[in-house]
Design a protein around this ligand. Structure first.
Ligand code: ADP
Ligand code: MG
Ligand code: MG
Length: 883
């Protein structure tokens, strides 16, 4: 087998598309060499060898040595030096390189091949003993560190001592003799630490370094990194061995790193840093202040040191030409590493540059306009989920701030507000126009209205999947959760942290993207929705075939979603409209009623409130489709909890406390998720759905009268298992529609459809579609009912399932395409058999998850619906799915 691939002299055995075999670094070194760029010659030992090595008890195949010798001889021929030669030694670098760039792998070893003899040869050849011994001490330190496992600090202490004794402040101040002394001390340290002399045989050095690269594939840091980033162990790493070029040979030498465009703004400006008379990672190591590559960069960074453009104009021009060449060739921003030896430029690495979301958008749009990539490619270049970072207000980077504490970054965005400790207070103050920050130990479903009213949410307990975190993300409210250092005293109305005490009404600022909490108001900047973002989303909209709707029931959410490009509401959950302070009493009265008459009396009080909710939503949505789900949760969720609340309800309902308590007990269910909920409520208490239908249709009539806008509401019945349930309830809705039309003297159209969230409904889709004019896949419940898994309880064992590989992902986050997905597909097919043009949508959490969206495209759904802040993510993901 071929284990070794050579590159150099304007050609290579490998190329960029051989990344799996050669690793990212090796493949691109080969590619640059093929392009005729100045790359020092070398060779790559393949990732397959790494796999072989671990499969064969850490041994190499017999033919490896011959292949390496041959490749090394080729490098010797090209540069005219010989490995280990006393007069004319070849030095090499040994560099690891996996498929994906991986921190945690072995550090590079430079100047390999130096020993007590060859260092003299190098000194003579270069006429610069200082340079030769500087290189030797670097080599001893690096090699001893990565191969012999001697810690850096031993060497740093020795160097510092020398500098102190000689009164030098910079490494570059040291003379050849100084470095000789340092080298002697370094070698003594190696002997002391390892019990052996520093290896003098270059061949032993080379195989030692190669072995260290392979060994680093299995070190703890690398294993952890692979796990976090889902990189399979089987990929292995490659090793690159390359002739050294020297940036530390004098003032006409340098080493640097650059991005072909600015990676933080995306501006089409060459951006980078370099250091004169330096080697390897000196630039990033922070030993000396690096200099800017360009004059513009020098200005922008207020640097007083000369830029490369000024101090090495010719080399800079060459580098600029390579910058353009690489961008045109790779059709993407490149992150490059280079070295200048005696005025001659060498390229040591190129790879696609990491960038901020903002920069990614600008670069994609610019490159499409420059004709470098197509609009479709521009769309593919953006990770939909990354948009989350730019859709929220962010802290003004220039603003001063005082940090109070830190918690988990539970929901992105920055917000400021006055501290309030209860949801009711939050709503109160927000109604008066105040910006409030809801601060709680933890939140529960009863706090929803306060979470809505608040600009942001801070909790001191709970993790990334706590109630506060999940709800805040859904609503698009910034949230910092689990800020454990903060003590809240509800009774005193104070919070204490780090010796500071703040009280209700004091302003704080949170950054939900970082988890930081600040005292006072830190100004924020609004997201930029036009510009490059707008352009790219416009292209995405042209290319996608699925519509994107939103899950929204409040005017704020609906408005936000429309700004983000929602094309309708796919799920308006009416129970949220039952919880608000002004109506929960009436809702509880309804639950307390012991007969239909009593229930109707209470429902009459709720009707006008629901009607105005719907009317407001219809006005905001301006004729876009709105799907309204009739009441879904079991009634007991609306019941009072505290004694005081029970007393209040008892009074309003004209009953005694014991009755209220008894009613609570009667409604108690041991498994409410599978209990008396969804259309089962409509079947047993049709007057509830009747009221809701009336509210919807009267709102339609009201908006039509007020604005002339024709609304076609889509009335959705939850948790249907049989066609008969739907028939029965549809009859109620149709009757109410006729009554409203007659009473108001208007006519309107509407659809009645159902959620598909039970396996039986999916299987019976053919029959159900005879009544249902649309299906919306409620994939949260469908996942629960398909797996027989409760979303609220799965947290305790799901992680274990994922760790052990039983499930790849949390099925509540990313749709289980094999199981739940098959039911969706069956239902879509069977539904279409009955009603070919049936509208099909999805309204579970999955509607905002890019891989689930791709699945929705594949089964031919009409639209996806997701929370407002996910709408842009879904638009982009839908476009990618359509390409
Ligand atoms: P990393 O993967 O951490 O970037 P590299 O293998 O790219 O590590 O090596 C780090 C640095 O070492 C390079 O940026 C370059 O400055 C220097 N280097 C590597 N190989 C050579 C070489 N053949 N000649 C000169 N410098 C080199
Ligand atoms: Mg590098
Ligand atoms: Mg449901």
């Amino acid at each position: 087998a071929q284990w070794v691939y050579s590159f150099g002299e304007g050609k290579a055995e490998g190329s960029a598309d051989m990344r799996n075999l050669l690793g990212g670094k090796g493949a691109n070194l080969a590619e640059m060499s093929n392009l005729g760029l100045p790359v020092p010659p070398g060779f790559t030992v393949t990732t397959e060898l790494c796999t072989y090595y671990y499969a064969n008890d850490r041994k190499y195949p017999d033919e490896l040595k011959t292949q390496v010798d041959k490749a090394l001889a080729e490098v010797e021929r090209i540069v005219g030096f010989k490995f280990g030669d006393a007069a004319n030694p070849l030095l090499v670098s040994v560099r690891s390189g996996a498929r994906a760039s991986m921190p945690g792998m072995m550090d590079t070893v430079l100047n390999l091949g130096l020993n007590d003899v060859t260092v003299e040869g190098l000194a003579k050849r270069s006429g610069d003993a200082r340079f030769a011994f500087d290189s030797y001490r670097r080599f001893i330190q690096m090699y001893s560190n990565v191969v012999l496992d001697v810690d850096h600090h031993h060497f740093e202490e020795i160097l510092d001592r020398h500098k102190d004794e000689k009164g030098h402040s910079l490494d570059t101040d040291l003379t050849a003799d100084d470095w000789k002394e340092v080298v002697a001390d370094y070698k003594a340290e190696v002997k002391h630490a390892t019990g052996k002399d520093f290896p003098q045989d270059p061949t032993e050095q080379l195989w030692g370094a190669v072995g260290a690269v392979f060994a680093s594939w299995m070190n703890q840091r690398a294993i952890v990194y692979r796990r976090l980033n889902e990189i399979p162990e089987s990929w292995g790493t490659a090793v690159n061995i390359q002739a050294m070029v020297f940036g530390n040979m004098g003032t006409d030498c340098a080493t640097g790193v650059a991005f072909t465009r600015d990676p933080s703004t995306g501006a089409n400006e060459f951006y980078g840093e370099y250091l004169i008379n330096a080697q390897g990672e000196d630039v990033v190591a922070g030993i000396r202040t690096p200099q800017q590559i360009t004059i513009a960069g020098k200005k922008a960074n207020h640097s007083t040191l000369p830029s490369m453009e000024e101090s090495m104009p010719q080399t800079f021009a060459e580098l600029s030409a390579i910058r353009e060449r690489l961008e045109r060739h790779f059709r993407d921003v490149q992150d490059i590493e280079f070295t200048v030896q005696s005025g001659k430029l060498y390229m040591l690495q190129t790879r696609s540059g990491k960038r901020t979301t903002q920069a990614a958008l600008k670069i994609a749009v610019d490159m499409a306009r420059e004709g470098l990539i197509t609009e479709a490619e521009a769309i593919q270049r953006i990770e939909p989920k990354s948009l989350d970072q730019i859709l929220h207000p962010t802290l003004d980077p220039k603003a001063a701030r005082t940090m109070l504490s830190r918690g988990l970054p539970a929901s992105p965005g920055a917000a400021s507000g006055k501290i309030v400790f209860s949801a009711d207070k939050a709503e109160d103050l927000a109604n008066k126009g105040e910006a409030v920050m809801l601060v709680r130990i933890e939140t529960s479903p009863e706090d929803i209205h306060g979470m809505h009213a608040a600009k942001g949410i801070l909790t001191t307990r709970g993790g990334m999947t706590s109630h506060a975190a999940v709800v805040a993300r859904g609503m698009g409210r910034p949230c910092v959760a689990g800020a454990g250092e903060i003590r809240i005293d509800y009774a005193a109305g104070t919070l204490t942290v780090g010796g500071k005490q703040l009280k209700e009404g004091d302003t704080i600022t949170i950054d939900g993207g970082t988890g930081e909490i600040f005292q006072g108001l830190v100004p924020t900047i609004e997201p930029e929705l036009s510009g490059d973002f707008g352009t790219l989303m416009g292209w995405a909209d042209k290319m996608r075939t699925m519509k994107v709707r939103t899950n929204a029931e409040t005017p704020l959410d609906a408005r936000t979603a429309v700004t983000f490009g929602a094309e309708g509401i796919g799920l308006c959950r009416t129970e949220h409209m039952f919880f608000d302070a002004d109506r929960i009493i009436a809702v509880r009265e309804m639950i307390m009623a012991d007969d239909e008459k009593g229930r109707r009396a209470a429902l009459d009080k709720i009707l006008p409130m629901q009607r105005s909710d719907f009317a407001e939503l219809f006005k905001i949505m301006k004729g876009l489709p709105v799907t309204i789900r009739l009441l879904d949760p079991p009634l007991h969720e609306f019941l009072p909890h505290t004694e005081a609340e029970m007393a209040e309800v008892a009074k309003a309902a004209g009953k005694d406390l014991a009755f209220v308590k008894g009613r609570g007990a009667a409604l108690h269910e041991s498994n409410p998720m599978l209990g008396h909920r969804g259309c089962r409520l409509g079947v047993t208490y049709p007057e509830i759905y009747e009221m809701q239908a009336r509210a919807i249709f009267e709102a339609v009539a009201e908006v039509k009268a007020a604005t002339g806008e024709s609304i076609e509401p889509e009335v959705m019945i939850p948790l249907v298992a049989t066609r008969k349930e739907l028939d029965l309830l549809k009859a109620v809705i149709d009757r109410v529609a006729k009554e409203v039309e007659a009473a108001k003297g208007v006519s309107f159209t509407y659809l009645v459809g159902t959620m598909i969230e039970l396996p039986r409904a999916a299987l019976q889709a053919r029959q159900i579609a005879e009544s249902a004019e649309f299906f919306s896949f409620g994939t949260n419940d469908l996942t629960q009912t398909t797996f027989g898994l409760s979303r609220d309880d799965a947290g305790s064992f799901l992680q274990s399932y994922i760790r052990q590989g039983i499930l790849e992902e949390d099925p509540f986050v990313s749709l289980d395409q094999d199981g739940v997905g098959e039911l969706v597909q069956i239902a879509a097919e069977r539904g279409r058999q009955t009603r070919p043009d049936i509208k099909l949508g999805i309204c579970g959490e999955h509607g905002g998850d890019p891989s689930s969206i791709a699945f929705c495209q594949s089964v031919g759904l009409t639209y996806v619906s997701c929370s407002p802040y996910r709408v842009p993510i879904a638009r982009l993901a839908a476009a990618q799915a359509a390409l």
